[in-house]
Ligand binder design. Structure first.
Ligand SMILES: N[C@@H](CCC(=O)N[C@@H](CS)C(=O)NCC(=O)O)C(=O)O
Length: 232
């Protein structure tokens, strides 16, 4: 049985990490049986990040490597009927969400001063107050440094949202009036689409991104459709 390691549910969401939500949606859509372990401190994870899975004595970290492992072990029920071109489109959309849109989410949650307090109290509230500020401050500083090195951290919030909104529009246009990103049936790329879009709708962090989704019947219905298909 696959053991799935994730964060504790937070902000009214099954998981406030888009990567964790992606993997859990994949497990459900692909019909893989699993048990769940909630982790408070991702530093103890094999690559210092969540999600990861265990299967017997094997540990696989990173949502994409987990999915590759699962496809290798159980086959690819969500992808076997897709053409190479559909896979390529799915891959490109997934890479956009994970490598670019993700930073729009991180910037808004972790570097916006109001949101920082919400994050700090929710995830670091158990740490004694006298060291909480220090630990959280260092984490935010390291995050900012990483984002500057990446390049995204050199833009203003407004510029970052401009990039994020372009990603949402691209996603919406590729989806069009299809029920799922690549057609009538869900694929692994919908697990990613859902994981990211649903996370922008986390209640305590309204933004132009959540507004865009709220105003788009296509995207709203899509999130609800994938959620229903995956989680019932
Ligand atoms: N490429 C990884 C990304 C995972 C990731 O960035 N997880 C974040 C949560 S969204 C995390 O665990 N962060 C903890 C940390 O950096 O301390 C994947 O696909 O699993």
């Amino acid at each position: 049985m696959i053991e799935f390691y994730k964060f504790v549910p937070q902000f009214g969401m099954r998981d406030a990490s888009p990567f964790v939500l992606k993997l859990e949606a994949y497990l459900r859509l692909a019909g893989v049986e699993y048990t769940t372990t909630e982790v408070m401190d991702p530093r103890k994870a094999p690559k210092g990040k969540l999600p990861y899975i265990r299967d017997g004595n094997q540990t696989i970290a990173d949502s994409s490597f987990c999915i590759l492992y699962l496809k290798d072990k159980y086959g690819d029920p969500l992808g076997e009927n897709l053409t190479a071109e559909q896979h390529a489109v799915g891959h490109a959309v997934q890479t956009m969400l994970e490598e670019r849109t993700y930073w729009v989410l991180v910037n808004h949650r972790w570097l916006n001063e109001g949101n920082q307090i919400i994050i700090r109290d929710a995830w670091f509230g158990a740490i004694p107050a006298f060291i909480r500020g220090f630990i959280f401050g260092k984490l935010v500083k390291d995050m900012k440094k990483g984002m500057v090195a990446h390049g995204i951290g050199r833009h203003s919030d407004e510029e970052i949202f401009t990039l994020g909104l372009a990603d949402l529009k691209a996603f919406e246009d590729i989806l069009g009036d299809k029920p799922y990103l690549l057609g009538d049936e869900p694929s692994e790329y919908d697990a990613t689409g859902y994981g990211f879009l649903a996370n922008f709708m986390a209640k305590p962090f309204p933004s132009v991104m959540s507004q865009y989704i709220e105003n788009s019947k296509t995207l709203r219905d899509y999130i609800a459709r994938v959620e229903k298909k995956a989680f019932g």
